[in-house]
Write a protein that binds this ligand. Structure first.
Ligand SMILES: C[S@@+](CC[C@H](N)C(=O)[O-])C[C@H]1O[C@@H](n2cnc3c(N)ncnc32)[C@H](O)[C@@H]1O
Length: 269
């Protein structure tokens, strides 16, 4: 069974059961426009799916795993787990010619950095350069070929696109199901973790997302959304069904602060 091939901050692996009990019984197409590592997608295995994310390098990885996996595995096999080597590969995106490198080479770099960086985080600076430090793992699993092959099978039926969440709106139809897992509203300014993408995800983006939810409801689509348990989210979605669920969060690098915290699951059905 395919499982997410990336570690992702805010990944939903441990909330999957809570999400699954709140799914509609039947739906037509499955949409996941903040796909990240795609925990819910890999658990549900929908027959017809549209996966998207604003992160271009992430979408390139999905496309290469689906369409050119042999080349990705070949490139992955060249990578090694040492600090000096890690920083050399990390620095590739500082070169203006980086986007011209072969797609499979960029995809393998992404998987390699994800496996060997600190906590599997994905964070970029204001210039869009990946800036997570080396993770110092003794024997990280850089290539999990069996799982990548299983992921390829599942991704064969997926439409994979790069874009902002709003791009799917026009095609949504009655009976479609959309799972929305945006970067969370920060619990406090110091807890902010919205640097997946160089432009971040501001309060303005959160409000645009709420308006998007209203419009897609009018189109007859069902949505399930996860976000932090904050006043902003409770107020913005007060017209919908809101449940709180407990999640163990590991985004905080201070181990003593990794307890279970309440998160919200919002639905329009
Ligand atoms: C909380 S993560 C999703 C985690 C995912 N559910 C999982 O299980 O791994 C949020 C994702 O939203 C993406 N993102 C940020 N801004 C976006 C936007 N405007 N439109 C679409 N995706 C965006 C980020 O690149 C990131 O992958």
């Amino acid at each position: 069974m395919a499982k997410p091939f990336l570690k992702w901050a805010g990944g939903k692996r441990q909330l999957v059961n809570e999400l699954r009990t709140r799914m509609p019984e039947r739906f037509k197409r499955y949409y996941e426009p903040f796909v990240g590592a795609g925990a819910l997608f890999f658990s549900l295995r929908p027959k017809s799916a549209v996966l998207s994310d604003i992160n271009e390098e992430l979408i390139n990885v999905y496309l290469c795993v689906r369409d050119d996996l042999e080349a990705v595995i070949d490139e992955l096999s060249r990578h090694e787990n040492s600090e000096e080597y890690y920083y050399e590969i990390r620095s590739w995106d500082r070169d203006p010619a980086f986007p011209q490198r072969p797609a499979a080479q960029r995809a393998a770099r992404f998987i390699f950095l994800n496996r060997t960086c600190f906590n599997g985080l994905y964070r970029v600076n204001s210039k869009g350069h990946f800036n997570v430090p080396f993770g110092r793992y003794v024997r990280p699993r850089i290539i999990d070929e069996e799982n990548l092959l299983a992921c390829r099978e599942l991704l064969r039926h997926a439409d994979i696109r790069r874009g902002s969440f709003e791009a799917i709106e026009e095609e949504l139809q009655h009976g479609d199901f959309v799972y929305l897992d945006p970067p969370y509203v920060p619990l406090s300014t110091t807890a902010s973790f919205t640097s997946y993408y160089k432009d971040g995800f501001s309060t303005g983006s959160q409000l645009r997302l709420r308006e998007f939810c209203e419009r897609i409801s009018e189109r007859g689509a069902k949505f399930l959304l996860s976000n932090s348990d904050t006043d902003l989210v409770r107020e913005e979605y007060s017209d919908f069904n809101i449940d709180s669920v407990l999640a163990a969060r590991a985004v905080n690098s201070n181990a003593s602060k990794r307890g279970k915290i309440s998160e919200l699951v919002v639905r329009n059905f």
